[in-house]
Design a protein around this ligand. Structure first.
Ligand code: PEP
Ligand code: MN
Length: 354
């Protein structure tokens, strides 16, 4: 941390900063320039925060130098992590060596619709099933999901297809029941700053898929991950799903650069959701190709057997030729950027989040 003194700050004001820092066991290195004095602080950053140095007389500014997140940072954990999802005998990796394809319906509507969507997903090469039982809808009049019944349907479909399940949790009170039925808990964009919920999934014992808040900076998104990690859960996968910008042609603007930025700053895996980014099915395949090319660790895509009757997000759901085109991209392109198919790697003999 660096304290920048105002031009003309007195020796007494500089001395007061040094005294405060040393008072909490830190060291202060004073460097006097012609116009300004700066003071470099070494020690426990959290204790410096409590000193409220910015409010001292003669202090112009205080800057952090290290990342504000620790547990999810590459500074503290240089190797990129792999998160394993699913029951012991059929765990699916999400991480730097593989490319993981997740697909399924936006919402669980009926057992038949969920099974058909899961079978479409599996036939297209998906190794994990997505599907919302608790839906975070912008309108209180829109379909809110089937709740616990939806979780039961997902668990039944996992039995039939063998695909582990990722599903959203929208309320801290539901974390236990969702964790009981699902293999991975999703935090949606609307809850990405719900700190109580982040802490609750941090204690769930299940891996977490953390969507980016729709107006969150990358640093805020990583701080959300830090909330989960701080509760002892480092099995977090980041998911870029588009951010809100001035551009109305797409539902959100896919920030493709977030993928290499996250990979440079954090050890956590990062995947892309082209469906919720675009909101239109014609863009899902091109954006998926872009995600693979940029080095994403996976994608999560909406599919539906009958998009025109879907209760949620029908216009972005793939089937037919679009899904076949996506399956081809997912089969062919990851190898070009040095990735294995997720099903080609098994956990045997490997550590989890290394
Ligand atoms: C979803 O994946 O079903 C969803 C609601 O996504 P997001 O939170 O990114 O809008
Ligand atoms: Mn949706």
């Amino acid at each position: 941390m660096v304290v920048v003194m105002a031009p003309g700050a007195t020796d007494e004001e500089i001395g007061r900063v040094v005294e405060r820092v040393e008072g909490v066991g830190g060291e202060a290195f004073v460097s006097k320039g012609v116009v300004r004095t700066i003071i470099g602080l070494v020690g426990d950053i959290e204790s410096f925060h409590h000193l409220n140095l910015r409010s001292l007389p003669g202090v112009a500014d205080v800057h952090r130098i290290s990342d504000p997140y620790k547990l999810v940072s590459r500074q503290h954990h240089p190797e990129r992590s792999t998160v394993w999802v699913g029951p012991a005998e059929k765990q699916v990796p999400i991480g730097p060596e593989t490319f993981t394809f997740i697909a399924g319906p936006c919402a669980v509507e009926t057992p038949q619709q969920t099974l058909e969507a899961a079978e479409m997903a599996k036939a297209a090469g998906a190794t994990l099933l997505r599907g919302g039982a608790f839906k975070p809808r912008t309108s209180p009049y829109a379909f809110q999901g089937l709740g616990v019944r939806g979780l039961e349907i997902l668990a039944d479909v996992r039995e039939v297809t063998g695909l582990p399940v990722v599903t959203e949790v929208v309320d801290a009170r539901d974390v236990a029941v969702v964790a009981e039925h699902a293999d991975m808990l999703q935090i949606g964009t609307r809850n990405a700053a719900n700190f109580g919920l982040l802490q609750a999934v941090g204690e769930s014992g299940k891996p977490v898929l953390l969507k980016r808040g729709m107006t969150a900076t990358i640093e805020e998104w990583l701080m959300a991950a830090e909330y989960i990690a701080q509760r002892g859960n480092l099995d977090v996968v980041m998911c870029e799903r588009g951010i809100r910008t001035f551009e109305p042609a797409t539902r959100n603007t896919l920030d493709i650069s977030a993928v290499p930025v996250i990979q440079a700053t954090s050890h956590l895996p990062v995947i892309v959701d082209p469906s919720h980014a675009a909101g239109r099915k014609d863009l899902v395949v091109p954006l998926s190709r872009a995600a693979i090319a940029v080095g994403a660790d996976g994608i999560i895509v909406d599919v539906h057997p009958e998009p025109e009757t879907a209760l949620c997000d029908g216009p972005q759901a793939l089937l037919g030729n679009d899904l076949r085109a996506l399956a081809t991209a997912v089969r062919q392109l990851p190898a070009a950027v040095g990735r294995l198919d997720a099903s080609a790697r098994t956990r045997t003999g490997r550590a989890s989040s290394t």
